[in-house]
Ligand binder design. Structure first.
Ligand SMILES: *Cc1c(COP(=O)(O)O)cnc(C)c1O
Length: 424
């Protein structure tokens, strides 16, 4: 499938049925698989033969969707997970353990912030949060001898900061450390982190990749480019006694990272996506290219409408000339960024809630990035655990509203906002 346009890969990638097989990716709703001999199953366990034996590790429906997403991102392999949070957890634990240190952008999803700041610290993993606009020199100075990973969101949820992935990758690589990019917001349609030096990509597939708010999931994609045998990652170069002495970098070459994620962490943690969810995710992926295009077109028009409205204090959208990331967005995102806009109403928390209550078409939902327009007040919902200082660091104001522009007819979205603004 390598020579096709991304849109074609969205539709047909990953699944190539043979003679007489279903044209559409089937749901293999089975935890287990039948074999004729004990010897064959032994070989599967020893990785001498490839095949499926238990859905916690791998399943044919998931396998096809993983291949599609790997192709979309340009990676050597991918692994689906039960949620975006599970993908991030496994992606990081595949690199670091107690006593290690991680550098993360502070402009990240609230759930990821808590995962790092609470659970990872409890596990003994030290975290330094850096501002997304950090200079190369400052970033260089943030590394310690035990730093094992750099984590960023290409476009952050919900603050819409844009990371200079090329700069982060360059500095990380000078320190022999890989960069993990959460690419949930732009999707590979608008941005491919591997082309700018990133090593690992994660997604909450619950967002644009599924696109219909029906299937919770996550994915990890391996670029295959990072050298885990550089001396900093003994878990890849020394025998894993829990998997009869396998040495991941030798057994799997440039797919060592994604193989270890599956054989070690998916085996132990079991945060596997269900075949039903993977099927639904695949249906969503088929229209990803079309949807993302429309999300971005609609969001640009809505952002421009809001920016010109007298009751609006500020609009954050990288497609607006007034945005501080406008220039960097032109470099990294020539086809658009995402469908999410953050804006502030002139007023306080109550004004925000009143506006949201007055909307008819745009629904108040704890979700972004699906076909239906949705709206949310982060300070009182997704980010309510954060202190005022942490809110500022995450780029969220008390009157910030997150609007996820859907793919409805754009005038209907704008008219709904207009009538709700008239009432405040
Ligand atoms: C939603 C989201 C997550 C978490 O994903 P879940 O599927 O909800 O677990 C992580 N990162 C970003 C950028 C998100 O938007």
């Amino acid at each position: 499938m390598n020579n096709y346009h991304l849109n074609t890969t969205c539709i047909q990638g990953g699944y190539e049925p043979k003679e007489g097989e279903p044209r559409v990716l089937p749901i293999v709703q089975s935890t287990t698989f039948k074999y004729e001999s004990a010897e064959t199953v032994g070989k599967l366990f020893d990785l001498q033969e490839s095949g499926f034996f238990y859905t916690r590790l791998a399943n044919p429906t998931l396998d096809a969707v993983e291949k599609k997403i790997a192709a979309l991102e340009g990676g050597v392999g991918a692994m689906l997970t039960s949620s975006g949070q599970a993908a991030i957890t496994i992606a990081m634990l595949n690199l670091c353990k107690a006593g290690d240190h991680v550098i993360s952008s502070s402009a990240i999803y609230g759930g990821t912030f808590n995962l790092f700041n609470k659970t990872f610290r409890d596990l003994g993993i030290d975290i330094t949060f850096v501002t997304p606009d950090i200079t190369a020199e400052q970033l260089m100075a943030s590394f310690k001898s035990n730093t094992k990973a750099v984590y960023v969101e290409s476009i952050s949820n919900p603050s819409l900061d844009i990371i200079d992935v090329e700069m982060f990758s360059k500095i990380a690589h000078q320190n022999d450390v890989p960069v993990i990019v959460d690419n949930t917001f732009p999707t590979p349609v608008n941005f491919k982190p591997f082309e700018y030096g990133a090593d690992i990509v994660v997604h909450s597939t619950s967002k644009y990749l599924d696109g219909h708010a029906v299937s919770l999931g996550g994915v990890i994609v391996d670029s295959g480019k990072f050298n885990f045998a550089n001396g900093k990652f003994p878990a890849f170069t020394e025998p894993d006694e829990s998997y009869h002495g396998i040495i991941y970098s030798e057994a799997f070459g440039n797919a060592a990272y994604i193989s270890k994620a599956r054989l070690h962490l998916m085996r132990d943690i079991g945060a596997q996506q269900s075949p039903q969810n993977a099927f639904l995710l695949n249906l969503g992926l088929e229209t990803l290219f079309l949807r993302v295009e429309r999300h971005c077109k609609n969001a640009q028009q809505v952002a421009e409408f809001l920016e010109n409205h007298p009751k609006i204090e500020f609009v954050t959208y990288p497609g607006l000339k007034s945005n501080k990331y406008y220039n960097i967005a032109q470099k990294y995102y020539p086809n658009g960024t995402c469908g999410v806009i953050t804006f502030g109403v002139k007023g306080d928390k109550e004004t925000c809630q009143k506006l949201i209550d007055n909307l008819k078409l745009i629904a108040m939902v704890v979700h972004v990035a699906d076909a239906r327009s949705g709206i949310l007040h982060p300070a009182s919902t997704t980010h309510r655990q954060l202190s005022d200082k942490q809110l500022v660091e995450a780029g969220i104001k008390a009157n910030s509203i997150r609007l996820s522009v859907g793919i409805e007819y754009v005038d209907d979205i704008i008219n709904d906002l207009k009538q709700a603004l008239d009432k405040i």
